[in-house]
Write a protein that binds this ligand. Structure first.
Ligand SMILES: [Zn+2]
Length: 394
């Protein structure tokens, strides 16, 4: 969730970078000042007298304060401008599949993150500081152990599936499904899984995401491909899972810093629970498949419920993270984790990332991207300066 992806006009970037820098500077000054610091200290000194929610709010502000106060305001605002420019450069680089257009921006983003870590300090590994921004106290020690288990279990399993002669037919998911009809089905699907349409909307975007303003205004997007209806179905269920979580946050947290998900990992656990545990289950298909079949009889009238269910659970290695199946998804995350860690250990240079990316895909998935758009340029995250975010997806 949460990738604030939008398609921007190239010439607007300078103005936007400047505006965002000014706003970031204002935010910094509002938060980091002696008055606010002493108010926070006073609250936390009297924590026994505070109700739990007020205390948690104070603690969250303290964390945010300590995180940014160590960074000089000039660097902090410069970084915002770099992010804005990098996002536009990434879009163009991805469109043209040319990493060299994005590389200088990515170098700056990585450098600034390294500087931020120097100012903020770290325990054991510099990457831990960034990991903790998305999942409190998450460390490379834990993640190394977690991903090493994945590597030793899932990589051989994927290879075995590849060599297996069990064939699952999913050809019927690759024919034409009119997008208008897909939209109608997905709107109903969202209601069925429990998304409250009076407290949210769903729109179309290039990259699916969820954004929430408060629990009564949760906005999700999905995207449609004419020859792949499962893409929209599972991104609707996934983003719907994020949205339902947001819509069910306690009223007492409204309009406060606590009025959103508790961490990225917990958020993703909700969306992936809906997507994989519910959305790929047989009981769910028993309900949903007749609706889909009814909408697209020309494609599905001769396909049984069981065959459709198998097709939605077929494992196929792919190059694209957001189209990955349940089994291989975390391998995509593992690759990004390993690369980010190497970057922060100064063991790889930005210019060498496309080659490193392709090497890891070959090693773990048995596939090599044909170009950088399908490879190192596929995700929006790095262009927005989000390092340490990916592991929470796994
Ligand atoms: Zn998600």
């Amino acid at each position: 969730m949460g990738c604030s992806y939008w398609r921007s006009k190239k010439n607007s970037v300078e103005g936007r970078a400047k505006t965002l820098s000014i706003l970031t500077g204002e935010y910094y000054q509002t938060l980091v000042n002696e008055t606010f610091d002493s108010l926070l200290k006073e609250l936390i000194e009297h924590k026994d007298e505070l109700d739990f929610i007020t205390l948690r709010k104070a603690e969250e502000f303290r964390n945010e304060y300590d995180k940014i106060a160590k960074i000089p305001v000039e660097l902090y605002t410069e970084y915002t401008a770099i992010q804005a420019k990098a996002s536009v450069a990434w879009e163009e680089a991805k469109e043209k599949s040319d990493f060299s257009l994005f590389a200088p921006h990515l170098e700056k983003l990585v450098d600034y993150n390294k500087k931020f870590i120097e100012f903020r300090g770290f325990h054991k590994h510099p990457y831990n500081t960034l990991l903790g921004d998305y999942e409190k106290d998450l460390t490379t020690d834990e993640l190394d152990e977690f991903f090493s288990e994945l590597k030793h279990t899932i990589v051989p399993l994927v290879a075995k599936i590849n060599e297996s002669n069990v064939m699952i037919n999913n050809d019927f998911t690759k024919v034409s499904y009119a997008i208008e009809k897909q939209e109608a089905v997905n709107k109903d699907l969202l209601k069925v899984i429990g998304f409250d349409m009076d407290s949210g909307i769903m729109a179309k975007s290039v990259h699916p995401f969820t954004t929430n303003f408060n629990r009564h205004d949760v906005r999700i997007t999905t995207r449609y491909f004419e020859h792949n209806p499962l893409s929209a179905i599972y991104s609707t269920i996934h983003e719907g899972g994020h949205g339902i979580y947001e819509q069910n946050i306690g009223e007492e947290l409204d309009f406060s810093t606590l009025g959103t998900g508790t961490s990225m990992g917990i958020h993703e656990s909700q969306s992936r629970f809906f997507e994989n545990i519910i959305g790929r289950s047989y009981p769910f298909m028993e309900y949903f498949y007749p609706i889909l079949q009814n909408a697209f009889p020309e494609n599905l009238k001769d396909i049984s419920l069981y065959d459709f269910y198998l097709a939605t659970n077929k494992s196929e290695q792919s190059l694209i993270r957001i189209e990955a199946d349940e089994l291989t998804y975390s391998l995509h995350i593992m690759i990004r984790y390993e690369i980010e860690k190497l970057l922060l250990e100064n063991k790889v240079l930005v210019k060498d990332l496309p080659a490193l990316w392709n090497k890891k895909y070959e090693e773990y998935m048995g596939l090599v991207p044909e170009n950088d758009a399908q490879g190192v340029l596929q995700d929006v995250h790095w262009s927005e300066g989000l390092f340490g975010y990916f592991p929470s997806y796994a």
